[in-house]
Write a new protein. Sequence first.
Length: 326
Amino acid sequence: MRAWHVTRHGEPEAVLELVEVADPEAAEGEVLVQIGAVAANFPDVLLSRGEYQVRPDLPFIPGVEFAGTIVALGPGVEGFTVGQRVVGGKIGVLSELAAVPARDLHPTPDALDDIAASGLMIAYQTAWFALHRRAALQEGEWLLVHAAAGGVGAATVQLGVAAGARVIAVVGSEAKAAVARDLGAEAVLVRGVDDIPARVKEITAGHGADVIFDPVGGSAFDASTRCVAFEGRIVVIGFASGEIPTLRTNVALVKNFAVLGLYWALYSQQRPDLVAEAHAQLTRLAASGAIRPLVDEVVPFERAPEAIQKLAGGQTTGRVVIEVAS
């Protein structure tokens, strides 16, 4: 089969190489999947640079989120059938075939084709766990979403709206503002143009944001601490800005807010039952039309490095999807 290899650490376009490797086989508890589409994720950028929390030995296959079709079942696998469409998340799927643990797979919602479904697993699961498991978002609360026009940010806006929250979206440019509004955001702020804390307090009549979703870090986190509501919750997802912020704990004390971390992969490892429950809810929302992954661009398999590099440059709106099999 063909697969993309990270051959050394650096920028994706410089270190990804298309190679021919032996087809994988499904071992005990695994399923062999023909990959239909892979959604580019920021972890692919970090994996290429050698900056992700998991550092596979070189060379390795990147790609962490996909949709595809089962072509073979390994020994001991139950609950799946050959020919079934599935979605999943696992490092090493930017290839034509992948052997994936059955526990990491879920049925593809009938409402979504592979292009849309490839962006369902990690982004929407992350958003779901952030809002419902970690922050316990309530109907009518104010939700502030940083990087709201990106893949995981767009998912968070949609899920916030579906939960009945009042969503304030922060985007990186005026061009992305319309996208956030179309997703259902009640108000949209532009980073570097608007005074985020001041505008959030103005929009909420001084209340502040009850829940803040932050995949950016750096100055975005600092702004969040200045506009979070009494008993508000800031959920830290990642550091796309490249800057890991620090928090003086006395600030959290005097303002009575909580900072919550979310590394979704730990749920897939330690509480797969919760992941399955979330997938059932997301499938229901997809069927109702309440959510649909926002796809910015679809590129062929041969242009995968370009897609991941585009993500690294912060040039995307929604998801960039790599089509592996058409």
